[in-house]
Design a protein around this ligand. Structure first.
Ligand code: WTA
Length: 639
């Protein structure tokens, strides 16, 4: 890994070079990967359209970089270690050679099921090795994967399948999460009643939950593999992809009601995830690396699958939840596999912290060398606990700030190389040019300042468009500030020039590290027949980071408790359990301006119980509405 930065001076040098001559800088890094044909042009871009191309003319297949090129040196090295939900079930280890064989087999299965380059494939699987195999098999033949997190509802799956007109769905009979069984196939069956584009469903056996198999549409994963074996396991050469061919779509929530399909392309994403994985975590050959995310989110895509595998790392994936069978599960896993690098989320740290130290004590965590955090700002208390109880004060903690749209880390400390400061993502990685903007669209220069975080210059891992709607990509990310990518986050730059992310400045909540659009939840609630109108805001939550607070106007005749339950059920049906409000307050009116706009600022303050800074309410249609809402909130807090 000749591109690994080892000292702070090297970081500064790399950063300077990356800004002075980005093409030279990224060209040299890309040279560390295997290209079927070298690019002719490193970068062409404009942020107006936006139109961004990295490594144009380059031909590449990311799976050759993640698998084939390691076989000679690392064929027998574990690529994937899989820890099952139930610790009494046997774990599985797939070497690079075995993983390549399985990916080739399943690539042939995809072809046998009429999937070709450019076709979209929806993957709705539990956290089992077959999920990695399915993802890589799509990439191998140039099919575009759209992984949907196992916690989403049938309606959410249907929306995602229809938006991308997927031809195939890959799922399992069911999946295990703690004590629960997720009925994945049955949820897919419900979704597919609304989907015309799907021709086939491949079903993996996992939970042995009874399911329906539709003749002509549904086939078993195992049967399809058997067929390929009878064919004599023909090799499946990697499709030659253009650097800018789409690798995958991943849906994420924004300010509007409809999730958007973030599009990542092949060459730049490969280079960026590999580069950032090796640098941020200071990965060393032989390390066992454990990322606790789900592959249904971007963290799993970039830092369980593509980044680690392109660097020949051993990536540990875990099927279950941190609290099953007890709150010591992560630490058992660290001890069992002698994990060197652990990458998890503040919400997990806070929830485990709440169970007390007894679940950590007595566990051998001495293998740990680097700790990582992702998904939301990490509060100081959680940072200290992570540092002391898990890292024993000797492991650097990297607080990695980035987004689905970014592909990989943008602002983060580098383990043991840059300084670290609790609550600070710290410094931009080489190639990343952040800036802070004020409300008037001017850049805020200097230090000890706060503003809206933008990025001035492209980096290889950035999104290229939103699926089927380029205008939306332009509006959402490139129109708020001219010639800049707008992140949607607020940020403070300290006197030393260190960056601290302060949270979203748009109508997006961050609940347990999951991005949830307030409009999306409102739309779901409004589908309930008793609901007239609703408004969602976030409020501080001790474990989740942010909780979901719903103000709901409902018809008068209703039984409040029953309606509350029905609303929760509706949200679970429309989006998934992850979007269920924590608090529902029934109100008679919502505070609106004379032009009819809901004053969310006021609702947020009431939800936060911060009445001292309610601000000016005189511009409201009816200021007395606020008093009633405050009283209602008070009652809920007392209950
Ligand atoms: C937030 C997750 C503070 C942020 C990789 C961002 C963070 C959103 C951090 C993206 C961090 C992520 N510190 N905030 N280290 N990491 N965020 O798309 O608000 O699921 O905009 O990507 O999470 O969430 P997403």
């Amino acid at each position: 890994m000749s591109f690994q930065i080892k000292t702070f001076e090297e970081y500064q040098d790399a950063y300077q070079r990356s800004v002075k001559d980005p093409e030279q800088f990224w060209g040299e890094i890309a040279d560390n990967f295997f290209w079927k044909r070298k690019w002719t042009n490193v970068l062409s871009w404009n942020f107006k359209e936006p139109d961004i191309k990295w490594f144009e003319g380059g031909k590449v297949n990311i799976t050759e970089n993640c698998l084939d090129r390691h076989i000679y040196q690392y064929g027998d090295k574990p690529a994937i270690i899989w820890e099952p939900n139930d610790p009494t079930e046997a774990h599985r280890i797939l070497s690079y050679k075995q993983l390549l064989n399985k990916v080739e087999q399943f690539s042939t299965v995809l072809k046998n099921n009429n999937i070709r380059k450019g076709d979209r494939v929806c993957i709705y699987l539990p956290m089992v090795p077959e999920l990695v195999i399915a993802v890589l098999a799509c990439a191998r033949i140039g099919a575009i994967h759209s992984v949907v997190f196992g916690g989403f509802s049938a309606q959410s799956i249907a929306d995602r399948i229809n938006d991308a007109t997927c031809k195939l769905v890959i799922t399992a009979d069911g999946g295990f999460r703690g004590t629960k069984v997720l009925e994945l196939k049955s949820i897919v069956d419900d979704a597919l009643m609304q989907c015309q584009s799907v021709e086939k469903v491949i079903v993996l056996t996992r939970s042995r939950t009874p399911i329906a198999m539709l003749k002509g549409r549904d086939v078993w994963w195992e049967d399809e593999i058997n067929k390929v074996e009878t064919q004599g396991n023909p090799p499946c050469p990697a499709e030659e992809m253009d650097a800018e061919d789409t690798l995958f779509i991943l849906y994420t929530s924004g300010s509007t009601g409809k999730p958007k399909g973030v599009v990542h392309t092949t060459g730049g994403y490969m280079v960026y995830t590999g580069y950032t994985f090796a640098n941020t975590f200071q990965y060393a050959p032989g390390d066992v690396y454990f990322c606790t995310a789900d592959i249904g989110w971007i963290t799993g895509h970039s830092y369980i699958v593509y980044g680690p595998l392109s660097q020949g790392a051993t990536s540990l994936m875990f099927e279950g939840v941190p609290t099953f069978p007890d709150a010591g599960r992560f630490w058992d896993i660290v001890e069992k596999y002698k994990v060197n690098i652990l990458y998890t989320a503040p919400t997990a740290i806070r929830s485990l912290m709440a169970f007390g130290d007894s679940f950590v004590e007595g566990k051998d965590l001495s293998s740990l060398r680097v700790l990582g955090s992702v998904g939301e700002p990490i509060n100081e208390e959680a940072w200290n606990w992570y540092n002391e109880k898990i890292g024993k004060g000797k492991c650097p903690i990297v607080d990695t700030w980035w987004q689905t749209e970014n592909g990989g880390h943008l602002i983060t400390s580098i383990a043991g190389v840059t300084p670290q400061l609790p609550g600070y993502a710290l410094l931009p990685l080489p190639g990343v040019q952040p800036c802070l903007m004020d409300e008037n669209g001017n850049e805020i220069e200097g230090n000890d300042v706060s503003g809206n975080l933008c990025i001035k210059f492209p980096w290889p891992g950035m999104l290229r468009t939103t699926w089927g709607d380029h205008e939306r990509c332009k509006q959402t990310y490139f129109s708020t500030y001219a010639d800049k990518y707008f992140t949607g986050d607020g940020c403070y730059r300290s006197p030393e020039g260190y960056y601290r992310i302060t949270g979203r400045v748009d109508d997006v909540l961050n609940v347990s590290g999951h991005r949830i659009g307030t409009a999306e939840v409102e739309n779901a609630i409004n589908m309930h027949s008793d609901v007239v109108e609703s408004a969602i805001v976030g409020y501080p939550h001790a474990v989740k980071g942010q909780g979901i607070y719903a103000y709901v106007i409902a018809h008068h005749h209703i039984d409040a408790e029953k309606t509350r339950q029905d609303i929760l059920q509706t949200v679970t049906r429309i989006i998934g359990a992850i979007a269920k409000p924590d608090i529902i307050q029934f109100v008679d009116e919502l505070p609106k301006t004379r032009s009819g706009k809901i004053m969310r600022r006021i609702l947020r303050k009431v939800a936060e119980d911060d009445l001292s800074s309610l601000g000016d309410t005189s511009t409201l249609q009816d200021p007395s509405v606020v008093d009633a809402i405050i009283q209602g909130a008070e009652k809920i807090r007392q209950a």
